[in-house]
Design a protein. Structure first.
Length: 251
């Protein structure tokens, strides 16, 4: 039964969205996890990128207990979370043409790697160019975005395209334009965003699929354990050492 208090309403909205992506994006999640598994098996490296709050879901799968040790964070100074001051500068940087090229040129990404690009709206220059340029380099691109923005907003990239137009696989988070699940007559603006909850769930579902796919092929997935359980540090040390040529967050 639905709870009429805001907290209960938010949980209901988030649960409904999670059910939708579970059911409607199942094939895409399977394809994305398979692509990651293929990349690992073929000796490629894995990267995740997101700007602003979209970076939270990217960071959630890097150096994470229960996660793939090979997932690296592709960072762009000033757009990783809201650590830049003023915070509004991060939003401005997302709209600058050419920034993605500079980042890719100085990154370790190369042909045969896989890059997950997270952008809720998918409309800004940075994620669009990141996807376009990465694919031109022979990098496979998985986009995690809300497809609704492509019909409910206009692109801020000179091509007029969105992130979803430049991906090998797209995972649709189903988040409505504006990213706010609740409204009240007494509150002047919509509130309670659910994009982080849903996007993080999609990322974890994708990496879980990749781990299981590798195991099905007889390949031990390079998983990390919690450092807070006995033997965790030793386990992680062995994994990090074995795959040190494909891990960039410890250098």
């Amino acid at each position: 039964m639905s709870d009429h208090k805001p907290a209960g309403q938010f949980f209901d909205a988030a649960i409904d969205l999670l059910r939708r992506v579970r059911d409607e994006e199942a094939d895409s999640v399977e394809a994305a996890g398979t692509l990651l598994a293929d990349t690992v098996q073929n000796g490629g490296r894995l990267f995740a990128f997101g700007a602003g709050h979209s970076s939270l879901a990217a960071q959630d799968v890097v150096y994470r207990a229960g996660g793939l040790a090979l997932m690296n964070l592709l960072t762009v100074p000033g757009v990783v979370g809201v650590d830049v001051m003023p915070a509004t500068l991060g939003s401005a940087l997302e709209r600058i043409d050419g920034l993605a090229s500079a980042v890719l040129d100085s990154s370790p990404l190369r042909e045969g790697d896989a890059l997950v690009i997270i952008s809720l709206s998918g409309r800004n220059a940075l994620p669009v160019e990141m996807a376009m340029n990465a694919r031109a380099l022979g990098i496979r691109v998985i986009g995690v975005t809300s497809v609704a923005y492509a019909s409910g907003t206009t692109s801020r990239h000179s091509s007029g395209t969105f992130l979803r137009d430049h991906c090998d696989i797209v995972l649709d988070s189903k988040i409505a334009v504006g990213d706010a699940e609740l409204t009240l007559d007494t509150v002047p603006a919509p509130f309670a965003p659910a994009s982080t909850v849903v996007t993080s769930a999609l990322m974890q579902a994708m990496t879980a699929t990749a781990a299981a796919a590798l195991a099905d092929r007889g390949i031990e997935p390079p998983l990390l354990r919690s450092g807070n359980v006995d033997g965790g540090h030793e386990w992680n040390g062995r994994v990090l050492d074995r795959y040190r040529d494909r891990i960039f967050y410890r250098r």
